[in-house]
Design a protein around this ligand. Structure first.
Ligand SMILES: *Cc1c(COP(=O)(O)O)cnc(C)c1O
Length: 359
């Protein structure tokens, strides 16, 4: 009777390839530059000793502080178990499986497709143009039946911002038909580019945020969905009754305090400097055929022989993220910005490979 339980599972779940997270891919090393994490841990202490009680569904202090941080009202903010849960809640609330569709534009973040497959929701993919901007005519011609259009800006893994006038055109074209979701997981590295100011004009615009990147709290699992009060009320219908544990809410509130925000902005300034340094180093490295500008905490670089470079660095305990199989990204590796020292270790390893090749 082997495989009998397997056969009980939904067809789309049997066929599902789970998200290949950096943690699942493994590796052994000292220099972890593969998951867009902040390289150093920020210490916190728990202040709430009420674990006998259930937590608030939407902890008021966390909601109020995040609303203050992004200039919105509390009823325009939902907090959840990471931005990944926000991606999923939108599908649960807005997409009828087997009927409604989602759309996204590869190369981009992998969870849009994984969540859609899990729910049995068809995904339309419209590849980005060669410059990684949106292919507006192709998007507009395929919107039939699409309820959710996921855009990622700055985009993971390419690092570029999407042209905001393109997004405005899509918002005009989708009013009353579909939601446009701007995934701003990395926006804290370029806050001037945020679209949150547009939510009052476009009730079908939704913005996703997270504490996992600039706030250095990937292990906390805390993210935000920003949108019109109607959107937030619908999501509150489908969210779990206790999505955040009490310790998570406790630490999130501290991270969003005045001091927490100041510390985050200081980290961002340092990291952006390190990114600029690494970009110049990569552009000067003979192994690198292109290193692309980025508005995030990672860089994409192209190599003649990226599998060899990836493997050689891996063997030296320097773990990057291979993008070879991502559409349009042949030869590309994604490099998270670590500490300045980690970036120096990476460059030393790359430059040593260069001299070995020339020897
Ligand atoms: C990291 C990331 C997320 C997920 O954030 P979590 O809050 O850790 O779930 C969402 N979108 C993009 C583009 C990301 O890179």
């Amino acid at each position: 009777m082997t495989g009998s339980v397997e056969q009980l599972a939904r067809k789309n779940v049997r066929e599902l390839t789970p998200y290949q997270s950096a943690r699942r891919l493994g590796g052994k090393g000292d220099v972890w530059l593969n998951a867009n994490e902040y390289p150093l841990a920020v210490p916190f202490e728990l202040t709430q000793q009420t674990l006998n009680r259930y937590p608030e569904c939407q902890p008021v202090q966390v909601i109020e502080r995040y609303a203050g941080y992004c200039g919105l009202e509390s009823n325009q903010v939902l907090v959840s178990r990471g931005a990944d849960e926000g991606i999923e809640l939108l599908m649960r609330a807005f997409c009828e499986p087997g009927q409604d569709k989602i759309m996204f534009c590869p190369p981009t973040y992998g969870m849009y497709s994984v969540s859609a497959e899990t729910f049995g929701i068809e995904a339309i993919t419209v590849p980005a143009r060669e410059d990684w901007q949106l292919d507006l005519p192709a998007i507009l011609s395929q919107l039939d039946g699409v309820k959710l259009l996921y855009l990622c800006s700055p985009n993971n893994p390419t690092g570029n911002l999407l042209n905001s006038e393109d997004i405005r055109k899509l918002l005009e074209a989708t009013a009353g038909k579909a939601l446009v979701i701007a995934d701003e997981a990395y926006i804290d590295f370029c806050p001037e580019a945020s679209l949150t100011g547009w939510i009052s004009d476009y009730p079908h615009l939704v913005v996703l945020r997270t504490l996992s990147k600039a706030f250095a709290l990937a292990g906390l699992r805390c993210g935000f969905t920003l949108g019109s009060p109607e959107v937030i009320s619908l999501l509150l219908k489908v969210i779990a009754p206790y999505p955040l544990s009490t310790p998570v809410a406790d630490i999130a509130a501290q991270a969003l305090s005045r001091e927490g925000l100041a510390a985050m902005r200081k980290r961002v300034a340092e990291l952006n400097d390190t990114r600029q340094w690494l970009l110049e180093q990569l552009q000067a490295c003979p192994l690198v055929t292109a290193a692309y500008n980025s508005s995030t905490n990672y860089l994409l670089a192209k190599f003649d022989d990226s599998p060899q470079v990836f493997r050689s660095l891996w063997d030296q305990g320097i773990i990057l993220r291979d993008q070879n199989k991502n559409p349009g990204l042949a030869g590309c590796l994604r490099i998270s910005i670590g500490t300045r020292q980690e970036c120096e270790i990476l460059m030393t390893a790359l430059n040593n490979m260069t001299s070995a090749e020339n020897a």
